[in-house]
Ligand binder design. Structure first.
Ligand code: ZN
Length: 367
């Protein structure tokens, strides 16, 4: 894997007319530019993500490098290419932070075409009748011949670096560099939903629907098993019995999310009579559902969890569990709440023979 993802987020957004830079405004429950970073990381296609920005931002993830941008877009792009020059990347993807809605499938499709091409660029057609001003004459264009190009665009690094280094003119994307120099570009069908957020009104074009999901799970505690809660190991005298690692928190979250997506339940998705799911870590069971949310343009608003057990003490592990969930689900810690509930030493749970969990989640779907 030798691909690098460059995210250009240094623009001033003159057409946006807001005090806040558009790439940092809250969009679908996250800062706008984070959508692109999350997708690049989750695609697992990239060794490094280079964020070009003039704002002070820090990331804990070592895969993300931050560099300062230039005045114009093409200068920011040049700086990023210069920054990765000696890192031996074969391919480089360049993307504008103002397009948060591309899919991971688009990334994969671009990469596939890069095998036989040095430049691959997504485009869409237009539904509008299109005219072109040529000197003083306005001429009609055949709209099927008009390609509206988008990002992410991807390139063979060496080919792009060479063209970019010698370029002194203002170009609005890297495809232009190739075309200006008579180099081939492979154009592939892009996505209608991958729109550029340019004006404030672009933020309000989608309708939002809110859905809720509920989840419950209980597992028996048995000796000689490790205890997993919320994706992390917790020191305890017993672990949870189950076909998988028995992580009641993750199982309840999975059921709640499936509920909000109206996609049946965890047992249908991971039947416990199938050997391939035996001893599976619950993290692996959660991942496809998080992708499902992404692919359906759904974003989590909040997640409320009741962990029902006599011990371990929830307050002792609350932060750790919330941190783990925030990482696993790509969501802000502040939208997760974890409550501990004991049962007055009553029944199976009270005697520390079982742990149960219930979850409610709310998601927004943008259409
Ligand atoms: Zn379970």
């Amino acid at each position: 894997m030798s691909n690098c993802f460059i995210l250009l987020a240094a623009g001033k957004g003159k057409r946006f007319k807001s005090k806040n830079l558009k790439q940092f405004i809250n969009y679908k429950n996250k800062p706008l530019f984070i959508h692109s970073i999350d997708k690049a990381l989750r695609s697992k296609l990239f060794k490094e993500v280079v964020l070009v920005t003039n704002n002070k931002i820090k990331f804990k993830n070592k895969k993300i490098k931050i560099i300062k941008g230039g005045k114009e877009r093409y200068q920011s792009s040049q700086r990023a290419l210069e920054f990765i020059k000696n890192k031996k990347f074969k391919n480089v993807f360049i993307h504008d932070a103002a397009r948060p809605n591309f899919s991971i499938n688009l990334l994969k499709n671009l990469k596939k075409h890069l095998r036989n091409n040095k430049a691959v660029v997504p485009y869409i057609n237009t539904d509008n009748s299109t005219k072109y001003i040529n000197k003083n004459k306005i001429v009609n264009l055949k709209r099927e011949n008009v390609l509206l190009t988008q990002t992410p665009q991807c390139f063979n690094f060496k080919a792009l670096y060479k063209l970019s280094k010698s370029n002194k003119t203002l170009v609005t994307d890297e495809a232009t560099l190739f075309l200006n120099n008579d180099k081939d570009v492979k154009f592939i069908k892009g996505e209608e939903t991958n729109l550029k957020i340019t004006k404030k009104s672009d933020l309000n074009t989608s309708t939002i629907k809110t859905f809720y999901g509920i989840g419950f799970d209980i597992h028996r505690l048995i000796k000689n098993k490790k205890l997993y809660l919320g994706g992390i190991k917790i020191p305890f005298h017993s672990g949870l019995k189950g076909h998988s690692d028995g992580d009641v928190i993750l199982h309840s979250i999975i059921d709640a999310l499936l509920g909000s997506l109206r996609k049946k339940d965890i047992g249908t998705l991971y039947p416990n009579n199938k050997n391939k799911f035996k001893n599976i870590r619950s993290i692996k069971m959660l991942n496809p559902i998080i992708s499902d949310l992404d692919n359906n343009n759904c974003f989590i608003n909040n997640l409320d969890i009741n962990l029902i057990c006599e011990r371990p003490k929830v307050s002792k592990y609350r932060n750790k569990i919330i941190n783990s969930l925030s990482k696993l689900m790509n969501i802000d810690k502040r939208i997760i709440n974890l409550k501990g509930k004991t049962v007055e030493k009553l029944g199976l749970i009270g005697k520390e023979n079982a742990i149960a969990c219930e979850v409610i989640v709310s998601i927004n779907k943008y259409e």
